[in-house]
Design a protein around this ligand. Structure first.
Ligand code: GLU
Length: 467
């Protein structure tokens, strides 16, 4: 049997963390078993579905690298198929037209509530022989009366629902359009899905979907309902807990592999391992190891993982992402050092690419303003001798390499009988505008000789004007 999994988002917003996690689980399961991962866009809610949302979902999946093997399939392109199967069920007596008016259904509900029964459709149109004039009927699935639906959920274990608790679900509205549970069933059947992994907010739909699948003569997929994600306060994760859109994490300076690693551990574990490469995720992932209870979103852990991947990732790869972030703050990365060198120099002290881009801006654009505190402390008349001497010696230095720069700064400090910091800090503020940067020799090497000298001149000038 070839494993076939799917991700079936409704395009009514962005790709959120919860959706991305179910997509990841389904993708991993398919990859692990050499199977097929299908993307299906559940866009039958015409009022809430938008093309922008479809694109936002595609963008999120592409950024994460969750590539689908088939699709995207759009439910709105499949209405003829749904209609044909609805007709088939009617013809076989497994579904029927229901002419009940809204008033009739309301009365039914009230009567049931008065008897303290659960409101449910009582099936009165099952035997209605004649159409009602002027009424366009809905179509209801004739749910079995006897027995029970048994779901061997791969996450939650066995779930048993008695058929007596289920009523006859509407599968086509009076305008003929199919309803949500029906389209899901037909698609899972036609797309030969073997494993359905989805949020446990769908668990109540599953017995109904199983009954319809059986009526269509389908083999049942295996189901795994993944518990939801909570914010730190125990409430279901939502916008008020901060970013929930996957693309927001890109904008906030996270690497996709950090987000994937975070998501895979959110509700799944493999011993006490925290860091997983994609290959390891694929190797170790198993639906049976998904937690049974809800997981809590922890932004600090995501930050920790991001720092890990900045530190240990291939700098060439990280630099691809840094370039984009530099561009976002208006920097042209070709107007300065190779971002790969910048990544190597900066990654210890930055937890996000946004921080890294901001802290690296001085490599690419002129220092127009000094950090006020740093300038007050370090760009003083006392710094002038050191800076002037450095200006001369650095100006004559060939080749411009870190070791020689270091020796030269040390020699200057010695000549002036000050500590290394006494000379390095003014220099740092002069070239970077702030008192924080990578080691000063490395900073200068990356910045280059010409820019270094120009910035020392600029700082000397600035001090001169101040005094
Ligand atoms: N379209 C549903 C949703 O976005 C998912 C349905 C399913 O996975 O069966 O919640």
């Amino acid at each position: 049997m070839t494993i076939r999994t799917r991700f079936a988002p409704s395009p009514t917003g962005y790709l959120h963390v919860g959706g991305a996690r179910t997509a990841l689980f389904s993708w991993l399961y398919a990859r692990k078993h050499g199977g097929t991962f299908v993307l299906r866009i559940e866009d039958t809610d015409l009022e809430r579905s938008t093309a922008e949302s479809v694109n936002a979902i595609l963008e999120g999946m592409t950024w994460l690298g969750l590539e689908y093997d088939e699709g995207p399939f759009y439910q709105t392109h499949r209405f003829d198929r749904y209609k044909a199967l609805i007709q088939q069920l009617v013809d076989e007596g497994k579904a029927y037209h229901c002419y009940c008016s809204k008033e009739e259904l309301d009365d039914m509900r009230e009567a049931q509530m008065a008897l303290k029964e659960n409101p449910r459709y009582d099936g009165r149109c099952r035997h209605r022989a004649e159409p009602r004039e002027g009424v366009s009927p809905v179509v209801r699935f004739r749910n079995p009366d006897e027995g029970a639906v048994v779901i061997d959920d791969q996450v939650k274990g066995q779930i048993v629902v008695r058929n007596a608790e289920l009523d006859d679900l509407i599968i086509a509205r009076s305008d003929g359009s199919p309803t949500y549970n029906f389209t899901v069933v037909v698609d899972d059947l036609d797309m030969r899905i073997t494993h359905v992994m989805r949020g446990d907010d769908h668990v109540n739909n599953t017995p109904r979907q199983i009954n319809i699948l059986k009526a269509l003569g389908a083999e049942l997929p295996k189901y795994g309902h993944v518990p939801m994600i909570l914010g730190a306060d125990g409430a279901r994760l939502s916008k008020r807990h901060g970013a929930v859109s996957v693309m927001q994490y890109r904008d906030d300076g996270f690497l996709p592999e950090a987000v994937l690693n975070y998501l895979v551990r959110l509700g799944w574990s493999h011993g006490d391992q925290e860091i997983f490469s994609i290959d390891e995720m694929i190797e170790y992932f198993d639906v049976g190891d998904i937690n049974h209870s809800a997981s809590t979103f922890n932004p600090d852990k995501l930050l920790w993982l991001n720092h890990h991947y900045l530190m240990h990732g291939d700098p060439v790869h990280v630099a691809h992402h840094l370039r984009w972030h530099l561009g976002r703050i208006g920097i042209d990365p070709t107007e300065g050092p190779d971002p790969v060198e910048v990544v190597k120099a900066q990654r210890e002290r930055n937890k996000t690419l946004v921080e890294m881009a901001e802290a690296s801006a001085f490599f690419y654009r002129d220092v127009h303003q000094y950090d006020e505190k740093a300038a007050k402390k370090h760009l003083t008349p006392e710094a002038v001798d050191g800076l002037s001497m450095l200006r001369d010696t650095l100006g004559a230095l060939r080749p411009w390499v870190r070791e020689s720069i270091h020796d030269l700064i040390a020699a200057t400090a010695e000549a002036l009988e000050v500590k290394m910091g006494g000379i390095a800090q003014p220099l740092r503020v002069a070239v970077s505008g702030t008192s924080v940067s990578p080691p000063i020799d490395l900073t200068l090497e990356i910045l280059g000789q010409e820019k270094t000298l120009a910035r020392i001149d600029q700082a000397l000038n600035w001090i001169g004007k101040k005094t």
